[in-house]
Ligand binder design. Structure first.
Ligand code: PGA
Ligand code: ZN
Length: 423
């Protein structure tokens, strides 16, 4: 192990689940081991995220190519890390941050840097013959996350008229991952049956949830409650989580709910969310307020802290400085963790730790543009963070993460347990 070094780094452009280009990196070690990673891509990206480098050549994938990022890996990053130990994750991540030299990784591209960062970790785990979660978390990696499963899509992830982006089911009564996945699948199929019966579309949105035209947010919530009950479960064992993705419809200081035909000020929108949380079994609200509306976040936190998880996604963008600011202002109480918002594995682990120390829950998350890479399933277990958000119970790029968790659960056997402190 101690003599194993990185011998070669390769990169290529591949496709994500929306059919857009993304970056894959491969690390070749001197002991013959390979580590490979592919990065995801968001659609409702936060303003403060690290920069995803796109070619902007209109004649090539309509500007979405990532050939510059690929070239940055092969020509700039590769010479810097060849000969280094794959176990020096933090050193390698720091080197790449330094080489990039910008606060938001806009020079080399967060997509280039992250692909290498993750591939290095995988090569190291493979070299030691350890499953990735064990490499990341050692003997203390044992908590399977409760999944927040997105079964109804709106916002920019669907073409329908629902303002909120994600409606998730959260099987808090599941005894293990296999049960959680089964609950999810049964409710998903029940919802499909109800939509069919009502002649509503059963086409899927970007994250694999249904995307029907409905009268609005409350009809979506009613449908989900009906699906939970009709599938043989109940709202004691299966709760609801929302990703409002409010930054998407916060314009000129107000929340423009087109589907609801309402324009609301921060106070009014916080009231509306509080009303929903009191009427339905909602236990978590992500991005209930816009990324820059600190005032709105303060009101929402005052209303719902203690009752709901208030999750900062666009608000915190997995960035320790933004999280620190939020903690200082006492806004939100949880953070969504997306590797590509910050751009290296080490910084992601730092943010998770920082959240934990300050009593904020961390939820490891996919992006709306995903690949078959299951890194986040191992990351959730490796950090014992207790929750994962990885989409619906359909579409292989989503299901791959659930299938990976089932395998990890089998491997851990009696040494593993699903997170139980979900409140
Ligand atoms: P995105 O959506 O990947 O399109 O940003 C996911 C989310 O907002 O949580
Ligand atoms: Zn979000």
């Amino acid at each position: 192990m101690s003599h194993t070094v990185i011998e070669e780094v390769k990169a290529r452009q591949v496709l994500d689940s929306r059919g857009n280009p993304t970056v894959e990196a491969e690390i070749f070690l001197s002991d013959g081991t390979i580590g490979r990673a592919t990065v995801p891509s968001g659609a409702s990206t936060g303003k403060f995220e690290a920069v995803e480098l796109r070619d902007k050549n209109d004649d090539f994938y309509f500007g979405k190519g990532v050939l510059y990022a690929v070239r940055n890996i092969e020509e700039k990053i590769c010479p810097q890390i060849i000969g280094k130990s794959p176990f020096a994750q933090r050193t390698i991540d720091n080197e790449m941050i330094k080489l990039d030299g910008t606060p938001n990784k806009s020079n080399l591209g967060a997509n280039a840097i992250l692909a290498v960062s993750l591939a290095v970790a995988k090569s190291a785990a493979n070299s030691l013959n350890l499953p990735l979660y064990k490499y990341l978390g050692g003997i203390n990696a044992y908590v399977l996350p409760v999944p927040m499963m997105n079964i109804l899509n709106g916002g920019v992830h669907a073409d329908n008229n629902i303002d909120f982006q994600e409606f998730m089911i959260y099987p808090v009564g599941a005894k293990n991952i296999k049960d959680a996945v089964r609950f999810g699948s049964e409710i998903f199929h029940t919802l499909k049956g109800i939509l069919k019966m009502r002649d509503l579309s059963t086409g899927l949105g970007d994250e694999g949830g249904f995307a029907p035209e409905l009268s609005g947010v409350e009809e979506a919530l009613e449908l989900i409650v009906a699906s939970i009950n009709r599938s043989g479960h109940d709202t004691d064992e299966v709760k609801i989580c929302l990703d409002v993705a409010a930054s998407e419809f916060y314009i000129d200081g107000a929340y423009h709910l087109k589907g609801e035909n309402k324009t609301l000020k921060s106070e009014e929108f916080a009231e509306y969310l509080t009303y929903l949380a009191n009427k339905y079994p909602i236990v978590s609200i992500e991005d209930g307020m816009a990324e820059e509306d600190y005032y709105g976040w303060e009101i929402l936190t005052r209303h719902l802290d203690g009752k709901c998880k208030l999750v900062g996604d666009d608000l915190f963008v997995t960035n320790i400085n933004r999280l620190q600011e939020g903690i200082k202002r006492r806004i939100a109480n949880s953070i969504l963790i997306k590797l590509n918002q910050i751009g290296t594995l080490s910084e992601t682990l730092d943010t998770i730790n920082f959240a934990k120390i300050h009593g904020y829950d961390a939820i490891v998350s996919h992006r709306s543009g995903e690949t078959e890479d299951t890194f986040i399933a191992d990351l959730a277990v490796g950090t014992n963070c207790g929750r994962i958000k990885t989409g619906s119970l359909a579409r292989s790029e989503r299901v791959a993460k659930y299938n990976r968790l089932v395998k990890i659960e089998d491997e851990l056997g009696e040494g593993g347990m699903i997170y139980s402190g979900w409140t």
